[in-house]
Design a protein around this ligand. Structure first.
Ligand SMILES: [Fe+2]
Length: 245
């Protein structure tokens, strides 16, 4: 499995608080069968500029990488086998703002060296301007926009949601939690079975109330829909990872 949305980087947003927590989240993900993770800390343009964000993100990644290496070495010395971590690539969860479609720096926040940009839509009422911006990111900025956790927006204006889902070249991501939670399961299962969900993520923030849970979601999907849609998700995720290098 590939987790395209998570908050594992330590001390950079409301996700992992420190490297120890990050290591636990990585271990848990690996134990569930996650091979790759996209680290996507929140980016809010009204709080930080992209350059400063990237600096902070790289510092957090360096800190984590150091701890990962130490942990692996400790276990090699202890002769405990099987300790390894998923591979990771750096990205961001970019919160939407009006005019984002014309922001020159926005490409810097893509996942790795790819053109994939994880976009967190506004929680306020959607307007046609939001869709215009998304199209502009695709058409003017040449980005592959991933709409984060679509399940949170299904109560938005139905026409706009439908338009977004029908749009070509826009990728739709859903959280595993939406499939686990019976309140949202039916809706996301329908979207997935219609081929409208392209990518899955855990959106994990910690080890308690928002833990790594991709496997739980995966198993529920397999149980309800079989493996066809999961294979499609897997292909899409591999394509994304392949483009990050
Ligand atoms: Fe998130």
């Amino acid at each position: 499995m590939i987790d395209v949305h998570c908050h594992v980087l330590p001390g950079i947003d409301d996700g992992s608080k420190n490297v120890e927590m990050s290591i636990q989240m990585l271990r848990e993900s690996k134990a569930q069968g996650v091979e790759w993770m996209c680290f996507t800390p929140h980016f809010y343009a009204d709080m930080i500029d992209p350059q400063s964000f990237l600096l902070k993100r790289n510092q957090a990644a360096q800190l984590l990488l150091k701890k990962m290496k130490e942990t692996e070495t400790e276990h090699i010395n202890d002769s405990i086998e099987g300790i390894s971590f998923p591979g990771f690539v750096l990205g961001a969860e970019v919160h939407y703002y009006r005019g984002i479609g014309r922001s020159e720096d926005i490409g810097k926040l893509c996942i790795g060296n790819s053109r994939y940009l994880l976009l967190e839509p506004t929680f306020r009422s959607w307007t046609p301007a939001f869709l215009e911006d998304v199209r502009s990111l695709r058409d003017e900025m040449d980005l592959k926009v991933i709409i984060a956790h679509i399940e949170r927006y299904l109560d938005q204006d139905k026409h706009l949601v439908r338009e977004l889902l029908d749009e070509q070249g826009i990728y739709i991501q859903s959280n595993a939690e939406a499939f686990i939670d019976r309140k949202t399961r039916k809706k996301v299962m329908k979207l997935l079975s219609e081929g409208r969900i392209d990518l899955l993520g855990s959106d994990c923030h910690n080890m308690t109330y928002r833990p790594p849970n991709l496997l739980d979601g995966w198993e529920i999907i397999e149980d309800k829909l079989g493996t066809d849609e999961l294979r499609r998700i897997e292909r899409n995720s591999r394509e994304l990872i392949a483009q990050t290098v």
